[in-house]
Design a protein. Structure first.
Ligand code: PLZ
Length: 460
């Protein structure tokens, strides 16, 4: 069966993609249904509890704006597998290329005998990432691996050791990237000792800045720069690593002016400015990369997630003069830039362009933000509505205060999940609902999802 999804585009024209899955919410059992519950019991017996589950429905098919489960339910997806399936699940161009590649060859190891698709992905990223300077790219398997490698390159290129990161930052779960991550529970608790030479400075978090959002950018940048000078010495800093919008930390868009100020400080002091665009990349924020919003040009940019529609791939793209300092053989890994993942990435880039997913992301924001703002008028527990493009969040507070309200988030999420709307949480205080719909989400499902969310708030 073939279903056609029509989506109104920002520019007024319409794109058509044939969807293999009906683009509808359909609940035929309670959530989770009996088959999912049976599978969950098996999961609990076979997989350690350290691997969590946001919503225990076991997926059998997904595409467009929906996930289908083992019981025959169809859920609206406001998560995209944590900002990964920007082009939609099983996107036609991705499927076609991966199938062909799987039949041709599945692995050689690029460091042993290379293949063209890896080089093509690197060429594309060199061309598409911010800045028109000469660049180099290499490929790895995960966001954490990309960030970790960016630090390796920055240390070698500068001959310095210190790495500066920000409050509310998230960069991964490996020893170094866990150390770079701000939040203790659940990421760091009991997993120390941590990597040395990592320093944390304040982030310009407008909603929670003590003197108010107007002063936030300037004061936060001044504090960060002062701390670096006092506690580390700028001349000892190899890299500053920052997410242009803090993802796991709660979709915190730093106050305008903060990122350019930090980037300028880095430039003036020979520090490598690393943008972690693992969650913000590939059209998610209504630009191909979030740094573009303020014209910030990173020295190194780390990408993953949305790059390959769900196949494991990540990239480190940086100034040629930095990247070329690394000795031959100093970088790599068995699977980095696997041929299936590279073909998927090429399919993703074609899809973003052909279906104008940058425009679609903006359109999603234009639909969601006004509806969420209207909800914030009605429900005083909504303290803040924020985000860009299709990376949107609401921060819940105890009404009349700014005290975080994680209990309300849990309750809203529970009600949304029961109604067949997958939503994710985030935030240092666990009090943020985040929305990351696939950029190909048909508009009727977006509206229906927002309706479910509104009802969940109203029923509290
Ligand atoms: N940098 C900005 O968002 C991954 C984490 C899921 P990996 N975020 C989702 C979880 O709970 O483990 C992320 C990110 C930013 C780095 C990473 C790490 O990317 O591909 O998960 O290693």
């Amino acid at each position: 069966m073939c279903h056609i999804a029509l989506s109104e585009q920002a520019g007024g024209h319409r794109t058509v993609r044939a969807m293999s899955i009906p683009q509808e919410r359909r609940l035929v059992t309670a959530i989770p249904g009996p088959k999912s519950q049976e599978l969950l019991a098996r999961k609990q017996a076979a997989v350690p509890p350290g691997i969590g589950t946001t919503l225990p429905v076991f997926v059998t098919r997904a595409g467009g704006g929906v996930l289908e489960d083992a019981d025959g339910n169809s859920l609206i997806d406001f998560g995209s597998g944590i900002a990964v399936t920007n082009v939609g699940n099983a996107a036609p161009k991705v499927v076609e290329r991966v199938q062909k590649q799987a039949a041709d060859f599945t692995h050689t190891c690029f460091m042993v005998t290379p293949y063209e698709s890896y080089v093509r992905v690197c060429e594309k990223l060199n061309e598409l990432t911010p800045g028109d300077h000469e660049k180099r790219t290499f490929l790895v398997n995960s966001g954490a691996e990309a960030v970790e490698n960016a630090v390796k390159v920055a240390r070698l290129a500068t001959g310095r050791q210190a790495v500066v990161v920000f409050d509310h930052g998230y960069h991964g779960r490996t020893l170094l990237t866990m150390t770079l991550t701000a939040k203790n529970m659940p990421y760091k608790q009991g997993f120390g000792p941590f990597a040395p030479e990592v320093y944390r400075v304040p982030l310009a978090y407008p909603f929670r800045w003590p003197t108010g959002p107007e002063n936030c950018a300037e004061e936060a940048a001044a504090q960060a720069i002062d701390m670096i000078g006092k506690q580390i010495g700028a001349e000892n800093v190899a890299a500053v690593v920052i997410e242009p919008i803090a993802g796991e930390g709660g979709f915190i868009e730093p106050a305008k002016g903060f990122l350019p100020r930090i980037a300028e400080f880095c430039r003036a002091n020979g520090i490598v400015f690393v943008a972690d665009e693992v969650q913000t990349g590939f059209a998610r924020t209504g630009d191909l990369f979030a740094c573009e919003d303020e014209g910030v040009v990173p020295d190194i940019i780390c990408t993953a997630k949305g790059i390959a529609g769900g196949l494991p791939l990540a990239a480190v793209t940086g100034r040629a003069e930095l990247m070329d300092t690394v000795h031959a053989g100093g970088l790599g890994g068995t699977y980095g830039g696997n041929p299936l993942a590279c073909e998927a990435a090429l399919g993703v880039l074609e899809t973003i362009e052909e279906e104008d997913l940058v425009g679609r992301a903006r359109r999603i924001g234009d639909v969601m933000i006004p509806r969420l703002l209207a909800m914030s008028e009605r429900f005083d527990m909504i303290g803040d509505v924020r985000g860009r493009g299709a990376m949107i969040a609401v921060e819940l507070v105890v009404p009349g205060t700014k005290d975080p309200n994680p209990a309300a988030v849990q309750e809203v999420v529970r009600r949304c999940h029961a109604e067949g709307l997958l939503v994710l949480t985030a935030g240092t205080y666990g009090n943020v609902l985040r929305f990351l719909p696939p950029l190909v989400m048909p508009e009727h499902l977006l509206e229906e999802g927002l309706g479910i969310l509104e009802k969940a708030f109203a029923s509290l």
